[in-house]
Design a protein around this ligand. Structure first.
Ligand code: SAH
Length: 463
């Protein structure tokens, strides 16, 4: 992070603006909206600034800039057309430890002014850290259309009830849940429909009638995070990720996805090492129960889909036995994600009418699968966890009658910027793979459909 966004209270506080042109006028306008006490140093003022001065909204020092003008100010902004003056203001301010902004010169700034969406008291700030103001403005325009004007009034209403809610609910967790229900429910709709009085009455009633015990109840969300690309999360996954108190995640969940979890949520890594598998799984199951019993909203975030080779069923059966509420959110499983991003349709009228998912995990040095079931005509076979046993899998399939020329693909880190697709046949894929440095996770797809990869490959990030 290059800049920490903070919102600063400038009401009645002295700010110095150096420069008298249009750019300075825009900055002054912003400062006045924040009710700052603005002093402008410039030999001359443009029309807009002159008008502000005549209205008594700003003080004007009609002179060239001198360092002494900084005295007493808490912030300085330089917006002259003279680069040397801007540079001096920046230097003088920094020497005094005073935050300074210079228009269009990020290297001279110690703070930057973001693009803002103003629904006071609600305020959204967007910044690209000076990298691309155009991109910042574009995003701001999009957000403008997303955030109804009534959000300002809504925030103001909620602000008035903050204290009563604090009195009514003892714990922070209860208050947060109460507010979440309010902002997502019918009270919000009343505000959007401009029925502010009714909204206020409904909010008062909700405070009076809320069940504190209910608000303190824990629950578990078993959520599939998809194969890697954060864009492949479901809306529901994202919503629950945003309201969890604690998250248990494993190795397969990408940092980009984890960064979408509510920032205040406690993060617990429960990634499994193969050797400790059995023990660790029980610890995870126990931890889910323990945390939910503490009244927490527990997010169990898993790669892909929780019910496909994810032990999701085991994790929630303990919860079911203990009567702890839970919900399960499907995710895009690796087979679907990798197939799409590698341009390999899992079924296709010309090549495959069925698809089968198996796990190729090595057990006692071998892979134990129903080989005959896999060797069927017009069927695609998808093998999860198949890298270590790749050679054995290919050999067994050939031994059970699958053509040695059958196309096969190994997809590494599918759907992510590090995705790579290695193709070959049952006979040669293990050798081809051995020539590459392969990074987990990888998925194996075997079947005639793999031929389509050359033609349909659309996502090719590392080539
Ligand atoms: N529940 C998960 C699977 C967990 S098993 C799901 O539905 O996808 C872990 C295996 O999934 C890995 O060994 C690998 O075979 C596969 N896998 C998961 N994400 C993957 C990805 N992005 N690319 C390739 N394979 C992946």
């Amino acid at each position: 992070m290059d800049f920490l966004p903070i919102f600063i209270d400038l009401k009645g506080r002295p700010v110095l603006v150096v420069g008298g042109g249009e750019v300075a006028a825009r900055k002054v306008g912003l400062l006045l909206r924040a009710q700052a006490q603005v002093r402008v140093v410039a030999p001359e003022l443009c029309d807009a600034l002159r008008q502000m001065e005549q209205q008594g909204r700003i003080d004007h020092i009609a002179a060239a800039y001198q360092a002494a003008e900084l005295e007493g100010a808490i912030l300085a902004i330089a917006a002259t057309s003279d680069e040397a003056v801007n540079r001096r203001v920046s230097l003088d301010a920094r020497q005094r430890g005073m935050p300074v902004n210079v228009a269009d010169a990020p290297e001279l700034c110690t703070f930057i002014l973001p693009s803002i969406i103003d629904r006071s008291p609600l305020m959204v700030a967007v910044s690209t850290g000076g990298a691309s103001p155009t991109l910042g403005r574009l995003l701001r325009a999009r957000l403008e259309t997303l955030i109804p004007a009534s959000y300002g009034r809504f925030a103001e209403l909620l602000g008035r009830f903050r204290e009563p809610v604090k009195q009514r609910f003892k714990t922070l967790a209860q208050r947060r849940r109460f507010w979440e229900q309010v902002v997502q429910g019918p009270i919000a709709e009343l505000v959007y429909a401009n029925k502010d009085t009714q909204a206020e009455q409904a909010l008062q009633a909700a405070i009076d009638q809320a069940d504190s015990a209910q608000l303190a109840k824990g629950e578990v969300y078993l959520v599939g995070a998809g194969p890697g690309d954060p864009d492949l999360l479901t809306f529901r996954a994202l919503r629950l990720m945003q309201q969890a108190d604690v998250v248990l995640y494993d190795r397969l969940v990408a940092p980009e996805i984890l960064s979408l979890v509510r920032r205040e949520a406690e993060q617990i890594y429960v990634g499994k090492k193969r050797a400790y598998h059995a023990l660790r799984q029980e610890e995870i199951n126990g931890m889910l129960i323990k945390l939910a019993k503490q009244g927490k909203r527990v997010l169990r975030l898993k790669g892909g889909d929780p019910f496909i080779f994810g032990r999701g069923g085991e994790e929630i059966s303990g919860l079911a036995q203990q009567g702890i509420p839970f919900q399960v959110v499907p995710g895009i499983t690796a087979a679907a994600g990798c197939a799409s991003y590698a341009g390999i349709p899992l079924t296709h009228r010309d090549y495959a009418q069925s698809v089968i998912f198996v796990t190729g995990q090595l057990q006692d040095g071998t892979v134990d699968l129903e080989w005959q079931t896999l060797v069927q005509p017009r069927q695609t076979v998808v093998v999860y966890m198949g890298l270590a046993g790749l050679q054995i899998i290919c050999d067994r399939l050939i031994a059970h009658g699958m053509a040695a020329t059958m196309p096969a693909a190994l997809i590494q880190q599918g759907t992510t910027p590090a995705q790579r697709v290695i193709t070959g046949t049952l006979a040669d894929l293990p050798q081809v793979v051995a020539q590459h440095e392969v990074h987990a996770p990888t998925l194996l797809i075997i079947g005639e459909v793999v031929r389509l990869h050359d033609q349909l490959n659309w996502f090719d990030p590392v080539s």
